[in-house]
Design a protein around this ligand. Structure first.
Ligand SMILES: [Zn+2]
Length: 407
């Protein structure tokens, strides 16, 4: 696809100073033009950002995945006094996007279209606009000079389990950096978010015993046993909703559990041998995901004696699929105060979706989330972000710039 004629290309090696500064809109168009669906390489985008930063004399460190098909980028704009390690902030975001396969898009997802007061394209909300606005302030940071360093942290494979950022964080720690905190630009409608729920997901595999469906007592019906466990999980979900502890600062103020997929059986006239389903918990900090899992497991195991009485090879097994801790940055923390100052309001909230923020937080990097666009538009066909959100993000960065620049 061709970039619009108005989009200037950064010339990384023209040897004659920097290219003309790119506007946030131009940067959004550029970043979206790279198809960084999680299964694809993100190296073209990473190399482009590296060249862009290089134009302003900023070096980037890349860390690769095992196949060297994907990379994280970490770049530091040192303070005027040369300090590149102490204090300052990290602006962080993931470079990958979710697939567009099977989604009814009205335009090329990798070419930003402006429609009224909206920009449409894969990643405009989740979460290339934040990265673009942040990068558009690099010239200003450099020209005004910084009192404390600013770091850019761009990760790969967030959408498939926050994989890249784990490597990035260990590299940051190995460098001995101690930033004041980190701002993760996931879409929050530019609301400052200081906490999100944790998440843990499992697969349950029920192995029954096949029989002709006219002889059901001779078989062990894996589908029906799985459904009993699913129904138990659904009941537990209602208990969390109706009787669990709540935190009204969250958009969904209670812990949620849910079954997302189920597969089982082969034909109606066969008592099914196998059934598997995936389930997850998105928990508030005071609810223990492992305690929930132990309850599920205990309930599932109550079926085993009857199963074994029919066929000895039957079983119920569980695989842990993913785990993401929650986080809660305290109200009084410096990064929360800075976030409030940049947003021009003391309001902040908590959200139910997981992000890389909790991994930074757990690595002793105080973190907040604040980015343009809304999570409801993320992962959708015709993903869009309102221009007003981009403007608010620019205001945020401008205030940040005033807070951290020397002049
Ligand atoms: Zn995201």
């Amino acid at each position: 696809m061709n970039a619009p004629a108005t989009l200037m290309q950064v010339r990384p090696d023209d040897g004659h100073g920097r290219a003309e500064d790119l506007t946030p809109l131009e940067l959004i168009r550029k970043l979206v033009s790279f198809d960084t669906t999680s299964r694809e390489s993100n190296l073209a985008l990473i190399e482009w950002v590296r060249a862009y930063l290089g134009n302003y004399g900023i070096a980037s460190a890349l860390t690769f995945d095992d196949d060297r098909r994907k990379a994280n980028l970490f770049a530091t704009i040192p303070a005027q006094d040369g300090n590149a390690t102490t204090g300052g902030i990290v602006l962080s975001g993931h470079t990958d996007v979710v697939p567009v396969d099977g989604q009814p898009w009205d335009s090329n997802p990798f070419e930003v279209v402006q429609q009224g007061d909206r920009l449409i394209g894969r990643g405009v909300t989740d979460m290339k606009s934040f990265l673009a606005v942040g990068l558009s302030f690099v010239p200003e940071f450099v020209r005004r000079g910084l009192r404390k360093p600013v770091h850019f942290a761009l990760s790969y494979d967030e959408e498939v389990g926050c994989i890249g950022v784990r490597r990035l964080i260990s590299d940051v720690l190995a460098k001995g950096l101690s930033p004041l905190g980190c701002i993760v630009g996931e879409p929050t409608g530019m609301q400052l978010v200081v906490a999100h729920k944790g998440k843990k997901a499992w697969r349950c595999r029920v192995r029954g015993f096949e029989a002709h469906s006219s002889l059901t007592p001779n078989g062990v019906n894996a589908v029906q046993i799985a459904c009993e466990i699913v129904a138990w999980i659904a009941r537990r979900a209602r208990e969390f909703r109706d009787a669990g502890r709540k935190d009204d600062a969250y958009d969904v103020p209670f812990t949620t559990v849910h079954v997302g997929t189920i597969h089982g059986g082969t034909a109606l006239n066969i008592v099914p041998r196998d059934c598997a389903f995936d389930f997850e918990i998105r928990h508030l900090p005071f609810d223990d995901p492992d305690a929930f899992f132990a309850e599920v497991k205990t309930y599932a195991e109550s079926f085993l004696p009857a199963m074994h009485a029919v066929a000895s090879g039957t079983h119920i097994e569980f695989d842990l699929l993913s785990t993401l801790p929650g986080f809660d940055t305290h109200e009084g923390s410096e990064i929360t105060a800075l976030g409030c100052a940049c947003n021009g309001t003391h309001a902040f909230g908590k959200v139910s979706f997981g992000t890389e923020a909790s991994l930074f937080h757990n690595a002793s990097l105080p973190t907040v989330i604040c980015g343009p666009g809304h999570i409801a538009q993320a992962h959708q066909p015709n993903e869009w972000v309102a221009l007003d959100q981009i403007a608010r993000c620019e205001n945020f960065m401008r205030r940040l710039s005033d807070q951290i620049c020397a002049s």
